[in-house]
Ligand binder design. Structure first.
Ligand SMILES: Nc1ncnc2c1ncn2[C@@H]1O[C@H](COP(=O)(O)OP(=O)(O)O)[C@@H](O)[C@H]1O
Ligand SMILES: O=C(O)C1=C[C@@H](OP(=O)(O)O)[C@@H](O)[C@H](O)C1
Ligand SMILES: [Mg+2]
Length: 169
């Protein structure tokens, strides 16, 4: 039984690489944000604007801890998940956490086209984006650094992730 939790800032590739890694490992892929949207029958952006971030964080933590995981799974978490409640400790106690690390500048480039579905970014202009990412990354890095494995998100491949993970088992 193995659960791999992918963590890292918005845009580092948790959802994209998670799907590919799951195929490589023959594990199931679970995107916690998609699970939350499915259970709410609305988007995270819409939920944020009607209920606020605190309500979302509660729901996120409950989904993370109470999801009926298959035996072997690659789990893409949301970028804020490790930074609230005891979520990071829970992940480390229940699986292998993998931090996909990237610089603020590289993240800003990646996120240019993906702002709309991310409520924390959608209202920011280009200058505000880089400023926000820099300060938020600094604040969150202390949580991300508790991951059991760290990989660099630039030119990351599913094969490289697989090799890194298998070497830890
Ligand atoms: N390894 C990668 N190389 C290049 N682009 C990537 C990579 N991983 C993700 N992307 C792109 O970056 C953007 C954000 O990816 P996504 O998987 O949604 O990130 P996250 O789930 O961590 O927020 C998407 O446009 C995706 O196509
Ligand atoms: O960093 C965050 O606080 C968030 C990241 C998002 O997921 P991605 O990291 O997959 O974009 C999503 O959970 C929500 O918009 C909040
Ligand atoms: Mg994602």
């Amino acid at each position: 039984m193995m659960k791999i939790f992918l963590i890292g800032f918005m845009g580092c590739g948790k959802s994209t690489m998670g799907k590919k890694l799951a195929v490589k490992l023959g594990y199931e892929f679970i995107d916690l944000d998609h699970q939350i949207e499915k259970s709410l029958d609305t988007t995270i952006a819409a939920y944020f604007s009607t209920h606020g971030e605190a309500a979302f964080r509660k729901l996120e933590s409950e989904t993370l801890k109470n999801f009926d995981y298959p035996a072997n799974a690659v789990v893409a978490t949301g970028g804020g998940a490790p930074c609230f409640f005891d979520n990071m400790e829970w992940m480390n106690a229940n699986g292998l956490s993998v931090y996909i690390e990237m610089s603020a500048a590289a993240l800003a480039k990646r996120l240019e086209g993906g702002k709309e579905k991310r409520p924390l970014l959608r209202d920011l202009n280009e200058a505000q984006m880089i400023e926000f990412i820099e300060s938020k990354l600094l604040e969150r890095d202390v949580f991300y650094k508790r991951a059991l494995v760290t990989v660099n998100g630039i030119s990351l491949t599913a094969d490289a992730m697989r090799a890194m993970i298998l070497s830890r088992q």
